[in-house]
Design a protein. Structure first.
Length: 427
Protein backbone atom coordinates (compact mmCIF):
# COMPACT_ATOMS: atom_id res chain seq x y z
CA UNK A 1 0.00 0.00 0.00
CA UNK A 2 1.33 3.49 -0.79
CA UNK A 3 2.16 5.52 2.25
CA UNK A 4 3.02 9.11 2.79
CA UNK A 5 3.58 11.15 5.91
CA UNK A 6 0.67 13.22 7.20
CA UNK A 7 0.92 16.75 5.88
CA UNK A 8 1.14 19.73 8.14
CA UNK A 9 0.28 23.33 7.33
CA UNK A 10 3.31 25.47 6.55
CA UNK A 11 4.11 28.83 8.06
CA UNK A 12 1.89 31.75 7.20
CA UNK A 13 3.18 33.85 4.31
CA UNK A 14 1.07 36.97 4.69
CA UNK A 15 -2.48 37.69 3.61
CA UNK A 16 -1.59 38.14 -0.04
CA UNK A 17 1.60 36.04 -0.15
CA UNK A 18 3.65 39.06 -1.29
CA UNK A 19 5.42 42.11 0.07
CA UNK A 20 3.71 44.75 2.15
CA UNK A 21 2.19 47.58 0.07
CA UNK A 22 4.41 50.60 -0.50
CA UNK A 23 3.45 54.03 0.77
CA UNK A 24 3.26 57.19 -1.33
CA UNK A 25 4.58 60.57 -0.36
CA UNK A 26 1.55 61.26 1.79
CA UNK A 27 2.19 58.02 3.77
CA UNK A 28 -1.00 56.37 2.55
CA UNK A 29 -0.91 52.70 1.58
CA UNK A 30 -1.61 51.57 -1.95
CA UNK A 31 -5.14 50.40 -2.54
CA UNK A 32 -5.45 46.61 -2.14
CA UNK A 33 -5.40 44.56 -5.33
CA UNK A 34 -8.89 44.08 -6.74
CA UNK A 35 -9.76 40.44 -7.33
CA UNK A 36 -9.84 39.36 -10.94
CA UNK A 37 -13.12 38.48 -12.60
CA UNK A 38 -12.08 34.81 -12.79
CA UNK A 39 -11.44 34.73 -9.03
CA UNK A 40 -14.82 36.27 -8.32
CA UNK A 41 -16.51 33.78 -10.63
CA UNK A 42 -14.74 30.85 -8.93
CA UNK A 43 -15.82 32.17 -5.52
CA UNK A 44 -19.43 32.49 -6.64
CA UNK A 45 -19.33 28.99 -8.12
CA UNK A 46 -17.96 27.49 -4.89
CA UNK A 47 -20.71 29.19 -2.91
CA UNK A 48 -23.35 27.94 -5.32
CA UNK A 49 -22.03 24.37 -5.09
CA UNK A 50 -21.96 24.57 -1.28
CA UNK A 51 -25.55 25.84 -1.15
CA UNK A 52 -26.77 23.21 -3.61
CA UNK A 53 -25.03 20.49 -1.60
CA UNK A 54 -26.69 21.76 1.58
CA UNK A 55 -30.10 21.64 -0.07
CA UNK A 56 -29.41 18.10 -1.30
CA UNK A 57 -28.41 16.88 2.16
CA UNK A 58 -31.54 18.36 3.74
CA UNK A 59 -33.71 16.68 1.12
CA UNK A 60 -31.85 13.41 1.70
CA UNK A 61 -32.28 13.29 5.46
CA UNK A 62 -35.44 15.40 6.04
CA UNK A 63 -37.51 14.78 2.90
CA UNK A 64 -40.14 14.89 1.69
CA UNK A 65 -39.76 18.60 2.36
CA UNK A 66 -41.13 21.81 0.84
CA UNK A 67 -39.11 24.55 -0.78
CA UNK A 68 -40.31 26.96 1.90
CA UNK A 69 -38.95 24.70 4.64
CA UNK A 70 -35.65 24.38 2.78
CA UNK A 71 -35.41 28.16 2.57
CA UNK A 72 -36.09 28.49 6.28
CA UNK A 73 -33.47 25.86 7.22
CA UNK A 74 -30.75 27.12 4.86
CA UNK A 75 -31.41 30.86 5.03
CA UNK A 76 -31.53 30.97 1.23
CA UNK A 77 -34.10 32.93 -0.76
CA UNK A 78 -37.01 30.88 -2.09
CA UNK A 79 -36.00 31.66 -5.67
CA UNK A 80 -32.48 30.36 -4.95
CA UNK A 81 -33.84 27.18 -3.38
CA UNK A 82 -36.11 26.62 -6.40
CA UNK A 83 -33.17 27.07 -8.75
CA UNK A 84 -31.13 24.50 -6.84
CA UNK A 85 -34.04 22.05 -6.80
CA UNK A 86 -34.41 22.42 -10.59
CA UNK A 87 -30.68 21.73 -10.96
CA UNK A 88 -30.85 18.67 -8.72
CA UNK A 89 -33.92 17.37 -10.59
CA UNK A 90 -32.09 17.72 -13.90
CA UNK A 91 -29.18 15.76 -12.42
CA UNK A 92 -31.57 12.96 -11.40
CA UNK A 93 -30.91 13.41 -7.67
CA UNK A 94 -34.32 14.62 -6.41
CA UNK A 95 -37.93 14.39 -7.57
CA UNK A 96 -41.34 15.86 -6.79
CA UNK A 97 -43.24 14.08 -4.00
CA UNK A 98 -46.76 15.49 -4.24
CA UNK A 99 -48.43 18.12 -2.07
CA UNK A 100 -47.88 18.73 1.63
CA UNK A 101 -50.42 19.77 4.26
CA UNK A 102 -51.97 23.20 3.87
CA UNK A 103 -51.74 25.78 6.65
CA UNK A 104 -54.39 28.07 5.27
CA UNK A 105 -53.02 28.73 1.81
CA UNK A 106 -52.00 26.76 -1.22
CA UNK A 107 -50.65 23.30 -0.48
CA UNK A 108 -46.84 23.25 -0.74
CA UNK A 109 -45.14 21.06 -3.30
CA UNK A 110 -42.76 18.57 -1.68
CA UNK A 111 -39.49 17.17 -2.97
CA UNK A 112 -37.65 14.01 -1.96
CA UNK A 113 -34.53 12.12 -2.85
CA UNK A 114 -34.79 10.04 -5.99
CA UNK A 115 -33.89 6.59 -4.74
CA UNK A 116 -32.94 4.73 -7.87
CA UNK A 117 -30.88 1.57 -7.50
CA UNK A 118 -27.60 3.15 -6.49
CA UNK A 119 -26.02 2.25 -3.14
CA UNK A 120 -23.05 3.21 -1.00
CA UNK A 121 -20.92 0.94 1.15
CA UNK A 122 -20.29 1.55 4.85
CA UNK A 123 -17.65 0.05 7.15
CA UNK A 124 -17.15 0.38 10.90
CA UNK A 125 -13.72 -1.12 11.51
CA UNK A 126 -12.71 -2.34 14.96
CA UNK A 127 -9.54 -3.95 16.23
CA UNK A 128 -10.96 -7.49 16.02
CA UNK A 129 -14.07 -7.16 13.90
CA UNK A 130 -15.64 -5.12 11.12
CA UNK A 131 -19.29 -4.23 10.71
CA UNK A 132 -20.20 -3.83 7.04
CA UNK A 133 -23.30 -2.39 5.43
CA UNK A 134 -24.94 -1.35 2.19
CA UNK A 135 -27.10 1.80 2.25
CA UNK A 136 -29.38 3.42 -0.29
CA UNK A 137 -29.14 7.05 -1.38
CA UNK A 138 -31.12 8.26 1.62
CA UNK A 139 -28.67 6.60 4.01
CA UNK A 140 -30.99 3.77 5.05
CA UNK A 141 -29.16 0.51 5.64
CA UNK A 142 -30.33 -2.29 3.34
CA UNK A 143 -28.12 -5.08 4.67
CA UNK A 144 -25.49 -5.42 7.40
CA UNK A 145 -23.04 -8.16 8.38
CA UNK A 146 -20.21 -8.52 10.86
CA UNK A 147 -16.91 -10.17 10.05
CA UNK A 148 -13.76 -10.97 12.03
CA UNK A 149 -10.60 -9.03 11.17
CA UNK A 150 -7.31 -8.36 12.94
CA UNK A 151 -6.00 -4.81 12.64
CA UNK A 152 -2.55 -6.02 13.61
CA UNK A 153 -2.32 -7.74 10.21
CA UNK A 154 -1.77 -4.28 8.71
CA UNK A 155 -3.63 -2.15 6.16
CA UNK A 156 -2.81 -4.17 3.04
CA UNK A 157 -4.27 -7.40 4.38
CA UNK A 158 -7.18 -5.89 6.28
CA UNK A 159 -8.41 -3.58 3.51
CA UNK A 160 -8.17 -6.40 0.97
CA UNK A 161 -10.29 -8.62 3.26
CA UNK A 162 -12.81 -5.82 3.79
CA UNK A 163 -13.16 -5.22 0.05
CA UNK A 164 -13.65 -8.95 -0.56
CA UNK A 165 -16.47 -9.02 2.02
CA UNK A 166 -18.07 -5.89 0.54
CA UNK A 167 -18.04 -7.28 -2.98
CA UNK A 168 -19.80 -10.44 -1.78
CA UNK A 169 -22.31 -8.30 0.11
CA UNK A 170 -23.14 -6.32 -3.02
CA UNK A 171 -23.49 -9.54 -5.02
CA UNK A 172 -25.96 -10.84 -2.42
CA UNK A 173 -28.15 -7.80 -3.16
CA UNK A 174 -28.15 -8.46 -6.88
CA UNK A 175 -25.21 -6.27 -7.85
CA UNK A 176 -26.57 -2.69 -7.59
CA UNK A 177 -24.37 0.15 -8.80
CA UNK A 178 -22.03 1.32 -6.03
CA UNK A 179 -21.32 5.06 -5.94
CA UNK A 180 -19.03 5.37 -2.89
CA UNK A 181 -17.64 3.88 0.30
CA UNK A 182 -17.37 5.37 3.79
CA UNK A 183 -15.23 3.87 6.55
CA UNK A 184 -14.66 4.53 10.23
CA UNK A 185 -11.24 3.71 11.72
CA UNK A 186 -10.35 3.28 15.42
CA UNK A 187 -7.58 5.88 15.28
CA UNK A 188 -6.77 9.47 14.26
CA UNK A 189 -7.36 10.36 10.61
CA UNK A 190 -6.15 13.52 8.92
CA UNK A 191 -9.39 15.12 7.62
CA UNK A 192 -8.05 16.55 4.35
CA UNK A 193 -6.26 13.43 3.13
CA UNK A 194 -7.73 10.42 4.93
CA UNK A 195 -4.24 9.41 6.08
CA UNK A 196 -3.99 7.54 9.40
CA UNK A 197 -1.80 9.48 11.82
CA UNK A 198 -0.03 8.07 14.91
CA UNK A 199 -2.66 5.51 15.97
CA UNK A 200 -1.97 3.95 19.37
CA UNK A 201 -3.96 0.76 18.75
CA UNK A 202 -3.39 0.22 15.02
CA UNK A 203 0.14 -1.23 14.67
CA UNK A 204 1.52 -0.79 11.18
CA UNK A 205 -1.14 1.72 10.10
CA UNK A 206 0.68 5.03 10.60
CA UNK A 207 0.77 6.88 7.30
CA UNK A 208 -1.59 4.42 5.60
CA UNK A 209 -3.39 6.09 2.68
CA UNK A 210 -6.71 4.35 3.21
CA UNK A 211 -8.74 6.56 0.87
CA UNK A 212 -6.34 5.93 -2.02
CA UNK A 213 -6.32 2.18 -1.37
CA UNK A 214 -10.13 1.91 -1.27
CA UNK A 215 -10.60 4.03 -4.38
CA UNK A 216 -7.97 2.05 -6.28
CA UNK A 217 -9.63 -1.28 -5.41
CA UNK A 218 -13.33 -0.38 -5.66
CA UNK A 219 -13.13 2.40 -8.29
CA UNK A 220 -15.55 4.69 -6.42
CA UNK A 221 -15.08 7.78 -4.22
CA UNK A 222 -14.06 6.95 -0.65
CA UNK A 223 -14.38 8.90 2.60
CA UNK A 224 -12.65 7.93 5.86
CA UNK A 225 -12.88 9.30 9.40
CA UNK A 226 -12.37 8.34 13.02
CA UNK A 227 -14.99 5.86 14.23
CA UNK A 228 -16.09 8.05 17.16
CA UNK A 229 -16.75 10.93 14.75
CA UNK A 230 -18.92 8.67 12.62
CA UNK A 231 -20.76 7.47 15.71
CA UNK A 232 -21.69 11.11 16.38
CA UNK A 233 -22.67 11.71 12.77
CA UNK A 234 -24.75 8.53 12.69
CA UNK A 235 -26.62 9.46 15.86
CA UNK A 236 -27.54 12.86 14.48
CA UNK A 237 -28.89 11.22 11.33
CA UNK A 238 -30.76 8.63 13.43
CA UNK A 239 -32.49 11.41 15.42
CA UNK A 240 -33.70 13.86 12.72
CA UNK A 241 -36.58 15.20 14.83
CA UNK A 242 -34.57 15.94 17.98
CA UNK A 243 -32.65 19.00 16.72
CA UNK A 244 -29.38 17.92 18.36
CA UNK A 245 -27.10 20.88 17.74
CA UNK A 246 -24.59 20.22 20.53
CA UNK A 247 -23.79 16.58 21.12
CA UNK A 248 -21.05 14.38 22.57
CA UNK A 249 -20.84 10.69 21.71
CA UNK A 250 -18.46 8.33 23.49
CA UNK A 251 -17.42 5.03 21.95
CA UNK A 252 -16.22 2.57 24.59
CA UNK A 253 -14.79 -0.56 23.01
CA UNK A 254 -11.25 -1.88 23.08
CA UNK A 255 -10.26 1.77 22.88
CA UNK A 256 -12.06 4.97 23.86
CA UNK A 257 -13.09 7.75 21.50
CA UNK A 258 -15.26 10.83 21.61
CA UNK A 259 -17.17 12.50 18.77
CA UNK A 260 -18.34 16.10 18.87
CA UNK A 261 -21.26 17.78 17.12
CA UNK A 262 -21.05 21.57 17.54
CA UNK A 263 -23.84 23.79 16.23
CA UNK A 264 -25.10 20.88 14.13
CA UNK A 265 -21.74 20.14 12.48
CA UNK A 266 -19.12 17.49 13.11
CA UNK A 267 -16.13 19.10 14.82
CA UNK A 268 -12.76 17.52 14.10
CA UNK A 269 -10.32 20.16 15.33
CA UNK A 270 -7.24 21.53 13.58
CA UNK A 271 -5.49 18.17 13.14
CA UNK A 272 -8.53 15.86 13.20
CA UNK A 273 -7.99 14.62 16.77
CA UNK A 274 -10.64 16.62 18.64
CA UNK A 275 -12.35 14.41 21.22
CA UNK A 276 -9.42 12.03 21.78
CA UNK A 277 -10.01 11.66 25.51
CA UNK A 278 -8.22 8.31 25.72
CA UNK A 279 -4.91 10.03 26.47
CA UNK A 280 -6.18 12.36 29.17
CA UNK A 281 -4.18 11.65 32.33
CA UNK A 282 -6.17 10.86 35.46
CA UNK A 283 -5.01 12.92 38.46
CA UNK A 284 -7.01 10.70 40.82
CA UNK A 285 -4.76 7.69 40.16
CA UNK A 286 -2.17 6.87 42.78
CA UNK A 287 1.41 6.69 41.45
CA UNK A 288 1.43 2.88 41.66
CA UNK A 289 -1.82 2.78 39.64
CA UNK A 290 -0.50 4.93 36.79
CA UNK A 291 0.37 2.36 34.15
CA UNK A 292 2.46 3.22 31.09
CA UNK A 293 0.44 4.08 27.98
CA UNK A 294 1.26 3.53 24.33
CA UNK A 295 1.42 7.31 23.85
CA UNK A 296 4.48 7.49 26.12
CA UNK A 297 2.77 8.91 29.21
CA UNK A 298 1.53 7.14 32.33
CA UNK A 299 -1.92 7.05 33.86
CA UNK A 300 -3.93 7.81 30.70
CA UNK A 301 -7.66 7.02 30.69
CA UNK A 302 -7.04 4.29 28.12
CA UNK A 303 -4.88 2.32 30.56
CA UNK A 304 -7.71 1.87 33.09
CA UNK A 305 -11.04 2.26 31.24
CA UNK A 306 -10.61 0.85 27.72
CA UNK A 307 -11.88 -2.59 26.81
CA UNK A 308 -8.32 -3.80 26.23
CA UNK A 309 -7.30 -2.69 29.74
CA UNK A 310 -10.37 -4.32 31.28
CA UNK A 311 -9.72 -7.66 29.58
CA UNK A 312 -6.17 -7.59 30.89
CA UNK A 313 -7.39 -6.73 34.39
CA UNK A 314 -10.08 -9.39 34.72
CA UNK A 315 -7.89 -12.11 33.26
CA UNK A 316 -5.11 -11.22 35.69
CA UNK A 317 -7.71 -11.61 38.46
CA UNK A 318 -8.56 -15.16 37.42
CA UNK A 319 -11.12 -14.98 34.61
CA UNK A 320 -10.54 -16.40 31.15
CA UNK A 321 -12.20 -13.93 28.76
CA UNK A 322 -11.08 -13.12 25.23
CA UNK A 323 -13.71 -10.67 23.96
CA UNK A 324 -15.72 -7.69 25.16
CA UNK A 325 -18.93 -9.57 24.42
CA UNK A 326 -17.84 -12.22 26.93
CA UNK A 327 -16.97 -9.51 29.44
CA UNK A 328 -20.41 -7.89 29.13
CA UNK A 329 -22.04 -11.31 29.45
CA UNK A 330 -20.03 -11.95 32.65
CA UNK A 331 -21.19 -8.60 34.03
CA UNK A 332 -24.82 -9.46 33.33
CA UNK A 333 -24.31 -12.89 34.92
CA UNK A 334 -23.24 -11.20 38.14
CA UNK A 335 -19.54 -12.10 38.11
CA UNK A 336 -17.98 -9.98 40.91
CA UNK A 337 -14.60 -9.56 39.20
CA UNK A 338 -16.16 -8.36 35.95
CA UNK A 339 -18.61 -6.04 37.73
CA UNK A 340 -15.91 -4.49 39.91
CA UNK A 341 -13.63 -3.83 36.93
CA UNK A 342 -16.38 -2.35 34.77
CA UNK A 343 -17.70 -0.15 37.59
CA UNK A 344 -14.22 1.27 38.26
CA UNK A 345 -13.77 1.92 34.54
CA UNK A 346 -17.06 3.82 34.49
CA UNK A 347 -15.97 5.95 37.44
CA UNK A 348 -12.70 6.90 35.72
CA UNK A 349 -14.48 7.58 32.44
CA UNK A 350 -17.06 9.72 34.22
CA UNK A 351 -14.27 11.71 35.86
CA UNK A 352 -12.98 12.75 32.43
CA UNK A 353 -16.42 13.21 30.89
CA UNK A 354 -17.44 15.54 33.72
CA UNK A 355 -14.76 17.96 32.50
CA UNK A 356 -16.00 17.54 28.92
CA UNK A 357 -19.60 18.27 29.92
CA UNK A 358 -18.56 21.31 31.96
CA UNK A 359 -16.45 22.64 29.10
CA UNK A 360 -18.73 21.90 26.15
CA UNK A 361 -22.22 22.01 27.75
CA UNK A 362 -23.85 19.51 25.34
CA UNK A 363 -27.55 18.80 24.98
CA UNK A 364 -26.82 15.09 25.15
CA UNK A 365 -23.99 12.70 25.95
CA UNK A 366 -24.54 9.39 24.20
CA UNK A 367 -22.65 6.19 25.01
CA UNK A 368 -21.88 3.65 22.30
CA UNK A 369 -19.58 0.71 21.69
CA UNK A 370 -19.72 -2.77 23.18
CA UNK A 371 -19.07 -1.70 26.78
CA UNK A 372 -22.00 0.72 26.70
CA UNK A 373 -24.14 -2.44 27.05
CA UNK A 374 -22.71 -3.00 30.55
CA UNK A 375 -25.13 -1.24 32.90
CA UNK A 376 -22.65 -0.86 35.83
CA UNK A 377 -20.39 1.18 33.55
CA UNK A 378 -23.25 3.45 32.47
CA UNK A 379 -24.43 3.92 36.06
CA UNK A 380 -20.91 4.77 37.25
CA UNK A 381 -20.45 7.30 34.45
CA UNK A 382 -23.73 9.00 35.36
CA UNK A 383 -22.84 9.10 39.05
CA UNK A 384 -19.44 10.66 38.43
CA UNK A 385 -20.81 13.28 36.05
CA UNK A 386 -23.60 14.35 38.40
CA UNK A 387 -21.17 14.48 41.32
CA UNK A 388 -18.38 16.40 39.58
CA UNK A 389 -20.18 18.61 37.06
CA UNK A 390 -21.48 22.12 37.48
CA UNK A 391 -25.21 21.46 38.12
CA UNK A 392 -26.45 23.67 35.30
CA UNK A 393 -24.31 21.77 32.77
CA UNK A 394 -25.23 18.28 33.98
CA UNK A 395 -28.90 19.12 34.42
CA UNK A 396 -29.25 20.20 30.78
CA UNK A 397 -27.43 17.15 29.36
CA UNK A 398 -29.29 13.93 28.61
CA UNK A 399 -26.95 11.00 29.33
CA UNK A 400 -28.03 7.78 27.64
CA UNK A 401 -27.01 5.09 25.18
CA UNK A 402 -26.93 5.56 21.43
CA UNK A 403 -30.23 5.11 19.65
CA UNK A 404 -28.88 3.36 16.57
CA UNK A 405 -26.95 0.78 18.60
CA UNK A 406 -24.29 -1.16 16.69
CA UNK A 407 -25.39 0.43 13.39
CA UNK A 408 -24.62 4.02 14.48
CA UNK A 409 -21.13 3.90 13.01
CA UNK A 410 -22.43 2.48 9.74
CA UNK A 411 -25.06 5.22 9.49
CA UNK A 412 -22.30 7.77 10.03
CA UNK A 413 -20.05 6.16 7.43
CA UNK A 414 -22.91 6.14 4.91
CA UNK A 415 -23.72 9.78 5.68
CA UNK A 416 -20.06 10.75 5.29
CA UNK A 417 -19.70 9.26 1.83
CA UNK A 418 -23.16 10.38 0.71
CA UNK A 419 -22.16 13.93 1.58
CA UNK A 420 -18.98 13.51 -0.48
CA UNK A 421 -20.75 11.93 -3.43
CA UNK A 422 -23.43 14.62 -3.22
CA UNK A 423 -20.80 17.34 -3.37
CA UNK A 424 -19.13 15.65 -6.35
CA UNK A 425 -22.48 15.37 -8.11
CA UNK A 426 -23.46 19.04 -7.74
CA UNK A 427 -21.53 20.99 -10.34
Amino acid sequence: MPRRPATRPGPASGLTGGALPEQDAEGAKDAPRRPRASEEAAKVNRRRQRDASQVLQLVRFSGPISRTQLGRLTGLALSTVSAHIAELEAAGLVEEAGDGDSRGGRRPRLVRLREGGDVVLAVDLGSHHARLGVANRSGRLLKTVERSVLLENGPDVVLSEICDHLERLVDDLGGPRVTGIGMGLPGPVEPATGVVTSPSRMPGWHGATVVEALEARLRVPAAVDNDANLLALGEVRARPDEDLRHLITVKVGRGIGCGIISNGLLYRGAAGVAGDISHVRLPSLAPEEAKPCGCGNRGCLETVASGAALLEEVNAAGLNISSLAELVSSVHSGDPIANHAVRNAGRHLGEVLAVVVNFFNPQALLLGGMLANASPLVVAINAAIYELCFPVASRSAVITQTKAGPDAGLLGAAALVLDKVGELGVK
